[in-house]
Design a protein. Structure first.
Ligand code: MRU
Length: 360
């Protein structure tokens, strides 16, 4: 196990390969998987060795470089054709988190816009992936700090409920929802985190609880069905979750179970915040109904560990994400500050026009 207060970086460039923390083995084993080929990065994303929207984006950016460096031709047109195939492989891994598509598009754009030899282009692609990695870390730190502006000021020590894992493990480091938690802890405004276990993959139990323990943040684990009860008992002062894709109207796709949390928070008059970088906003989608929802292997719900828990003859439905309607969201906390969901589109359009900060 790691010692306390060690920084967690789930995706690391290490001389000529990528090291990924193997998130399928936490919390019992803290190990790394070395990735040297684009195909292996695609598999690592699919199998959730690396997961969480921004971390998937960073991993895909490195995957694009790994694919690029294997392309043998010195002909630019041919290089771009083969590089598009690399992009297609990585795009096919997981459908919901838009950061994946955003990072791939940024790498492609770099290739199309770079003039020079193929060797120079490959080096610039590596630099771009490293920049995406570094920017995400800074962005998360900014999200964490901007979150302090909207968290309730009463009581002095907040109890914050979170769902899934939107922490350092799900980003380049620091986290989005857990970034807000980390900043609140630093400023002595946090009493405790309540972590939903997050069936079926248990990211809350395995990953969020682990991150909190590493940092010495008091954490109480509950099963997903206990959240309403905790709210009714006055144990929760705010809910903060991450996002996989936010539509232009503020509707937000996040881990399955987020929508019901938002409904219950509304019923108890508890603020419900989404924390995410602007790269998670898909300004091309008008509303959440257009967000593709990943369906995963039914084995995730019919088995617990190696034990099958259902009788024969049952059918299964295993959507990995749901969409929380904008009207249930108190604010979307980004690196540029917190927005009411209906302010997001106006801000995004202004950014795009002013400096091209959001483009895909
Ligand atoms: O299926 P996962 O584990 O990749 O889902 C992750 C989530 O839903 C996170 O809440 C989201 O990606 C935000 S991560 C900062």
């Amino acid at each position: 196990m790691m010692s306390q207060n060690t920084q967690v970086y789930p995706v690391i460039w290490n001389e000529d390969s990528v090291l990924l923390i193997d998130q399928t083995r936490l919390p019992s084993e803290y190990t790394f998987v070395e990735i040297s080929r684009c195909e292996d990065m695609a598999e690592a994303i699919k199998t959730m060795i690396v997961r969480g929207a921004p971390a998937i984006g960073v991993a895909a950016a490195y995957g694009m470089y790994l694919g690029a460096r294997e392309i043998q031709t010195q002909d630019r047109e041919e290089f771009l054709i083969q590089f598009e195939q690399v992009a297609q492989l990585l795009r096919s891994t997981r459908p919901t988190a838009v950061n994946l598509f955003w990072a791939i598009a940024r790498m492609l754009r770099t290739a199309y816009e770079t003039i020079g030899s193929i060797e120079q282009l490959k080096q610039i692609l590596l630099n771009t992936a490293q920049t995406i990695n570094a920017e995400d870390l800074q962005t998360c730190q900014a999200i964490g700090d901007r979150g302090l502006e909207v968290l309730p000021t009463n009581p002095d020590k907040l109890s914050i409920l979170t769902h899934c894992n939107a922490g350092a493990l799900a980003t380049a480091g620091y986290g989005t929802a857990l970034g807000v938690v980390r900043s609140a802890w630093r400023e002595q405004r946090l009493g405790r985190v309540y972590a939903d276990e997050t069936r079926p993959r248990l990211q809350g139990a395995k990953l969020t609880a682990w991150e909190c323990v590493q940092e010495g943040i008091p954490v109480t684990l509950i099963t997903d069905s206990m959240a309403a009860h905790c709210m009714q008992r006055g144990l929760i002062h705010a809910v903060v979750v991450g996002a996989d894709r936010i539509a232009a109207n503020g509707d937000t796709a996040n881990k399955i179970g987020t929508y019901s949390l938002a409904l219950v928070a509304k019923a108890h008059n508890i603020p419900f915040f989404v924390a995410a970088p602007l790269s998670t906003v898909d300004f091309e989608l008008a509303s959440g109904s257009q967000i593709p929802i990943e369906e995963r292997d039914p084995a995730e719900i019919y088995a617990v560990g190696d034990t099958i828990i259902t009788p024969d003859g049952v059918e299964f439905y295993n959507p990995a994400f749901d969409v929380t309607l904008a009207e249930l969201i108190s604010a979307i906390i980004t690196e540029h500050g917190a927005f009411a969901p209906n302010e997001l589109q106006q801000f995004g359009t202004k950014q795009m026009v002013e400096n091209g900060a959001i483009s895909r």
